[in-house]
Design a protein around this ligand. Structure first.
Ligand code: ATP
Length: 199
C-alpha cells in the first residue's frame, strides 16, 4: 500500500485544484516559508478524518476553506481527495485503488466519499485504522509533537504507545458497545417496570 496522489481544491492556500503525485518511497516537499508545505500535511490528516480544528492550525473547521488571497475571492467549499494504491490488499476493501474524499461547506456541512460513493466519517476512519494508518495513528508527526511525546507524563506516553499499537480502535469499539449496552439496560428496566404494572 502506498499513497498515490492527493488533490486539494479550495483547501487553505490551494484555491485552484492541485494534484500531488507520489511514488513509492520517500517524498520530500520543499518550498519557501509560508508556501503551503504544512497545508499539504494538514490536507492529508484532514482527509483521513482529523476532527480537531486546532490540530489543523485553525480556530474552527471552516477555516480550512480558502479565505481569499492575492486578489482571489474566498471560496464556498474545500475538498481533498486521497488516492491509495491497494494492490496488496492492506485496506480491507475489494479495490486495488481506493479514493477517499472529504468536502466541507461554509455552513459547516460535510460530505465523505469512498471511491465516489457517499459514506460516513466513521467508515473512512474504520477503513484506514484497520490498516494502521489514519487519524490518531501517529503516522503523521507534526512540528513540536516529538517534544510533546518526550516531555509527556508516563500516562500520556502510555496513551501515545497504545494509539500507535492500534489499541485505540478497539477502545473506540468498546465504548460504542458499552453505550449500546447502557441503552439496552435502560430498555430492559423500562420493560420490567411495564411488566410489573401489567401484573
Ligand atoms: P513554513 O516553512 O514557514 O512552516 P509552510 O510552507 O509550511 O511554511 P503553510 O503553513 O503550509 O506554509 O502555509 C501558510 C500559508 O497558508 C499562509 O500564507 C496562510 O495565509 C495560508 N493559508 C492558511 N489557511 C488559509 C486559508 N484558509 N485561505 C487562504 N490561505 C490560507
Amino acid at each position: 500500500m502506498h499513497l498515490k496522489s492527493l488533490t486539494l481544491k479550495g483547501f487553505k492556500s490551494f484555491a485552484s485544484a492541485t494534484t500531488l503525485r507520489f511514488e513509492p518511497g520517500i517524498t520530500c516537499v520543499v518550498g519557501p516559508n509560508g508556501s503551503g508545505k504544512s497545508n499539504v500535511l494538514d490536507a492529508l490528516s484532514w482527509v483521513m478524518g482529523e476532527q480537531g480544528a486546532k490540530s489543523l492550525r485553525g480556530g474552527k473547521m471552516e477555516d480550512v476553506i480558502f479565505a481569499g488571497a492575492g486578489g482571489r475571492q474566498p471560496l464556498g467549499r474545500a475538498e481533498v481527495t486521497l488516492t491509495i494504491d491497494n494492490n496488496d490488499g492492506a485496506l480491507p476493501i475489494e479495490y486495488s485503488e481506493v479514493s477517499i474524499t472529504r468536502r466541507i461547506f461554509r455552513d459547516g456541512a460535510s460530505e465523505y466519499e469512498i471511491n465516489g460513493n457517499s459514506c460516513r466519517l466513521m467508515d473512512i476512519q474504520e477503513l484506514l485504522s484497520d490498516s494502521g494508518i489514519g487519524r490518531e495513528m501517529h503516522v503523521i508527526v507534526g512540528q513540536g509533537q516529538l517534544g510533546a511525546i518526550l516531555e509527556s507524563k508516563p500516562e500520556g506516553r502510555r496513551a501515545f504507545i497504545e494509539e500507535a499499537a492500534g489499541v485505540l480502535k478497539h477502545r473506540r469499539r468498546k465504548e460504542k458497545a458499552l453505550r449500546k449496552l447502557d441503552a439496552m439496560q435502560a430498555n430492559l428496566t423500562r420493560l420490567t417496570d411495564l411488566t410489573a404494572e401489567l401484573r
